[in-house]
Design a protein around this ligand. Structure first.
Ligand code: ADP
Length: 352
């Protein structure tokens, strides 16, 4: 779902936006770009200042691939993380809902960093923020900016912040932000990634000082790679740890209940939790997926053909299915890594 197609370096549409909107389109992609631009025009039919002189294909890419009008995640979908939810509600959601109250002394920071092991719900939190605050959600993976958009990253960043400012309130979620704002030695740093980083910091500075309702959320599994400038701009830094035992139980129950497959006793759930110490939320999801294949595999083993299989032919998911699945699904985070997060959290994290 996060695939970002590389763009052609030639043959692309390079006309300026104003002429392109007015101009005639000659193929489907031009039509699509034109529609995206029309949607961003103000009531007077004019494109906002910030979007002029940006290439239509970049604006189109932002509108079609990066912008998500309905992220469809709510707080209730996220297991545990009560502390993070509370901080984020106060710091981000209330200010987005009531900008009139959150000004002056109460004016919120515009940069939030979510750090911690992979698969712990950082992206889910970003989407939930946008969902709860009724904001437009923009998702971009920083590594795609540096790998797939070589030489064009700066322009894409400008287009991203430009479109976000026309879609306020907006939440820009930058995954793997360390690959964009890392503290590499300047001589080893490529000229292009240095320019990209500078452009990004300039854009952040721009909306930080203004009255725009844009929040930037950076997510990283490698917070120690961020440099001082990045830390300064991401004023609130929240540790998103591995799920607790209760949160793991919640994930199992929630996923199985959604499919009407939940028949486990309290003791069985407790056993699953004790066997999954150190698993991330995403490991738990994979485990449930694998365990729920158990009844299907067994029915097929008994000779029922897949095309004739009925739901009633399958037993419910058992503890044994989880024990079998655990042979396949191993925790993706090592305890060494956890030590690094704790250290960084003590030094730079927002503990309250
Ligand atoms: P991250 O951004 O931290 O790498 P994600 O938010 O993309 O992780 O989570 C990956 C998947 O793992 C989610 O789609 C969800 O199914 C599951 N998951 C992770 N953490 C949680 C959680 N706290 N509650 C419920 N599901 C979770």
């Amino acid at each position: 779902g996060n695939f970002i197609p590389p763009i052609k370096s030639n043959g692309g549409n390079t006309g300026n936006v104003t002429t392109r909107v007015a101009g005639k389109s000659d193929d489907a992609s031009d039509d699509s770009a034109k529609r995206c631009l029309e949607m961003l025009c103000g009531p007077d039919g004019e494109l906002p200042e910030k979007l002029r002189n940006l290439e239509p294909r970049l604006i189109e890419h932002i509108s079609n691939e990066i912008m998500d009008r309905d992220p469809n995640v709510r707080w209730d979908d996220i297991a545990g993380l009560d502390h993070a939810k509370k901080c984020v509600t106060e710091m981000v959601i209330w200010p987005l809902l009531r900008p009139d109250i959150f000004k002056g002394c109460r004016s919120p920071g515009r940069g939030l960093l979510l750090f911690g092991p992979p698969g712990t719900g950082k992206t889910m939190i970003g989407k939930a923020i946008a969902g709860e605050a009724k904001a437009t959600f923009f998702y971009i993976s920083a590594s795609s900016l540096t790998s797939k958009w070589i030489g064009e990253g700066e322009k894409l960043v400008r287009a991203l912040f430009g479109v976000a400012s026309c879609r306020q309130p907006a939440v820009i979620f930058v995954d793997e932000i360390d690959s964009l704002l890392s503290q590499r030695k300047s001589e080893g740093e490529h000229e292009s990634s240095r320019r990209l980083k500078t452009q990004f910091l300039i854009e952040m500075e721009g909306f930080d000082s203004g009255s725009e309702q844009i929040l930037l959320i950076g997510a990283t599994n490698r917070p120690q790679e961020l440099d001082e400038a990045a830390r300064r701009r991401l004023t609130k830094r929240l540790y998103i740890p591995l799920p607790s035992s209760e949160a793991r139980a919640w994930i199992v129950r929630n996923l199985l209940e959604k499919d009407g497959l939940f028949k486990l006793s309290k003791d069985e759930i407790d056993t699953i939790c004790s066997l999954t110490e150190g698993d991330s939320g995403s490991d738990m999801k994979n485990l449930v997926k694998d365990a729920s294949m158990g009844p299907l595999r067994e029915a097929l083993k008994q000779g029922i053909e897949i095309t004739k299989l009925k739901k009633e032919d399958m037993r419910s998911v058992t503890l044994q299915d989880f024990e079998d699945a655990l042979q396949e699904v191993r925790p993706s985070v090592s305890s060494n890594e956890l030590g690094t997060y704790d250290e960084w959290n003590k030094q730079f994290g927002s503990l309250s």
